[in-house]
Design a binder for this molecule. Structure first.
Ligand code: NDP
Length: 250
């Protein structure tokens, strides 16, 4: 029997998840379909519920629905509870189970594939949406020296940091929220773009001199030369897109 899966988002046309999951299914001998499901911005829940009521077994969730996915599921497993965001939903015995594999995927890509150490590094994380929520805890668990979350809408970064600090206890070394304007004069060893700016050819307002020597510049957006990646290359950083993260989290 064929199992039905999809990635749901808005936009979703850019997603390479169908190709990745089709390749995994071939390797593991599974009979599946895996589609792209575009949900209207105000109708994530009804679109996802229809997919499952029509027999769908699992969804991956992309921009901007990861918080709504967290609200939708009946149970949270693994990193999903701490993340307050869900990127994978599985239907099991009539219940929807939510997972978050974004952090595992990012950390594996940086450490295993790129062979870049996270422990003891100063990390700048841009964005305060579902993707950022998914990766903050896994980055902190790697013993970053400092983690700064910066977002265009500062209040969202502040509330993310507050909520993480409440729950993280001993694993929080140094975690702060900041506006882009406060970054001038600071340098970071790892700069992660977890915004969707690159999907629209836009660039977060980073100051010159943000990259420390031999810094890693990581854009979660993949498959395009985003303004952030171009900026990073111009400033001597090692610039990498998010394809490896996508594969690792899948
Ligand atoms: P959300 O819609 O939840 O959040 C988007 C974030 O981007 C917000 O913080 C928003 O800021 C910020 N943003 C958007 N445009 C700009 C801009 N021009 N300048 C500065 N900030 C901007 O999206 P997600 O968090 O779910 O996803 C973010 C991106 O990460 C997506 O592009 C997604 O494709 C990618 N991603 C890739 C993965 C991979 O495996 N490679 C996994 C997960 C995500 P504000 O709050 O001010 O609106």
């Amino acid at each position: 029997m064929t199992d039905h899966y999809a990635v749901i988002g808005n936009p979703v046309d850019h997603s390479k998840s169908p190709q990745i999951h089709a390749a995994f299914a071939r390797q593991t001998g599974q009979d599946i379909t895996y589609d792209r499901l575009s949900a209207p911005l105000d109708a994530f829940t009804s679109t996802a519920q229809r997919f499952f009521s029509e027999g769908g077994q699992g969804l991956n969730i992309t921009v901007p629905f990861k918080h709504e996915a967290w609200d939708l599921v009946n149970l949270h497993r693994g990193d999903a509870l701490d993340a307050q965001a869900v990127n994978t939903i599985k239907s099991e015995n009539g219940k929807l189970i939510g997972y978050n594999t974004d952090g595992i995927g990012l950390v594996a890509d940086i450490k295993k594939n790129l062979r870049f150490e996270i422990a003891g590094k100063r990390v700048l994380l841009m964005g305060a949406g579902g993707a950022t929520y998914g990766v903050v805890f896994p980055l902190l668990r790697e013993n970053t020296k400092a983690l700064v979350v910066v977002n265009r809408t500062l209040e969202k970064a502040q509330s993310l940091v507050q909520s993480i600090k409440k729950r993280a206890g001993a694993i929080v070394t140094s975690l702060d929220a900041a506006p882009y304007a406060d970054l001038a004069g600071s340098t970071f060893d790892i700069v992660i773009n977890a915004t969707s700016a690159g999907l629209n050819g836009e660039m977060p307002s980073l100051p010159q001199g943000i990259f420390a020597r031999d810094a890693l510049a990581y854009d979660m957006v993949y498959g395009r030369n985003t303004p952030f990646l171009a900026f990073a290359r111009e400033h001597g950083a090692h610039a990498v897109d998010g394809l490896g993260m996508l594969v690792e989290q899948a």
